[in-house]
Design a protein around this ligand. Structure first.
Ligand SMILES: CC(C)(COP(=O)(O)OP(=O)(O)OC[C@H]1O[C@@H](n2cnc3c(N)ncnc32)[C@H](O)[C@@H]1O)[C@@H](O)C(=O)NCCC(=O)NCCS
Ligand SMILES: Nc1ncnc2c1ncn2[C@@H]1O[C@H](COP(=O)(O)OP(=O)(O)OP(=O)(O)O)[C@@H](O)[C@H]1O
Length: 199
């Protein structure tokens, strides 16, 4: 039993996924996997460095995330190049971990938190229900600016790197509206839980 949890940048996926894990769900987090493939020694980081150059590394050989982010959030061609290198490995790992959890824990709900799920829906056909965590664009920009101390321009560039949140909402099986209080979001999460998990 699984769900794919998605939304736009800073719409509240982590907030919702932690509410679900508190209730007993198992989490597969695409951002965590994306960080793992960028660790020194991983072949994906080697390929990224071969494409972008040594200057995207810090002196200790780890990825300079700020620098790579500055390149790929403003240049669509470079972003696509990065996606072509990183996404196949990230997707495979998400699928392997989701299926392993389902096999080992058949009674638990497995939540795969994947920011770019709907940008590549056909690659994620193993996910049963798509849950979109939604807030209107203006609130998304404001929360992103506050959380990551970004200017409005930087925040808008990040939003522009992803499918629009209104389009994602239309593709959802289930929508969680996170524009209210955390308590209001929690109530929707409880409802989703009761619908998915037979206790
Ligand atoms: C570019 C990188 C180094 C920037 O790192 P940084 O620490 O600043 O951001 P972080 O990794 O926390 O990502 C924050 C959010 O940005 C968005 N985002 C990240 N990469 C992308 C991308 N290629 N396209 C669109 N949005 C993206 C996601 O919503 C993500 O949740 C990093 O995001 C990265 O390695 N991206 C490539 C892998 C990827 O696509 N990850 C996202 C989904 S699996
Ligand atoms: N209902 C809410 N009310 C107020 N602030 C909220 C609410 N939900 C989330 N936030 C805040 O908004 C920001 C974005 O939330 P969160 O980090 O969960 O988003 P995300 O979708 O996981 O982001 P990313 O795409 O970058 O991984 C955080 O600073 C979080 O504390």
């Amino acid at each position: 039993m699984n769900i794919g949890l998605t939304g736009g940048i800073a719409t509240g996926k982590s907030t919702v996924s932690s509410m679900l894990t508190t209730k007993g769900a198992l989490l597969v987090d695409a951002d965590v996997i994306a960080r793992e493939v960028m660790l020194p020694g991983h072949p994906v980081l080697a390929e990224v460095t071969a494409h972008f150059g040594q200057h995207i590394l810090l002196e200790d050989g780890t990825l300079n995330r700020k620098k790579l982010g500055e390149i790929i959030f403003r240049d669509p061609e470079q972003r696509e190049a990065l996606n072509r290198i990183t996404h196949p490995a990230i997707r495979q790992e998400i699928r392997d971990r989701t299926e392993a959890y389902e096999r080992d824990y058949p009674d638990r709900l497995v939540v795969a938190d994947i920011p770019l799920l709907l940008e590549a829906r056909e690659q994620y056909s193993f996910l049963e229900q798509i849950v979109v965590v939604y807030v209107p664009r203006e609130l998304q920009i404001r929360r992103l600016m506050d959380r990551d101390a970004l200017t409005e321009g930087q925040a808008a560039a990040r939003l522009g790197s992803q499918m629009d949140i209104e389009a994602k909402k239309k593709l959802a099986d289930i929508v969680i509206d996170n524009s209210g209080t955390l308590d209001e979001t929690k109530q929707q999460v409880d409802k989703l839980w009761n619908r998915m998990v037979r206790v």
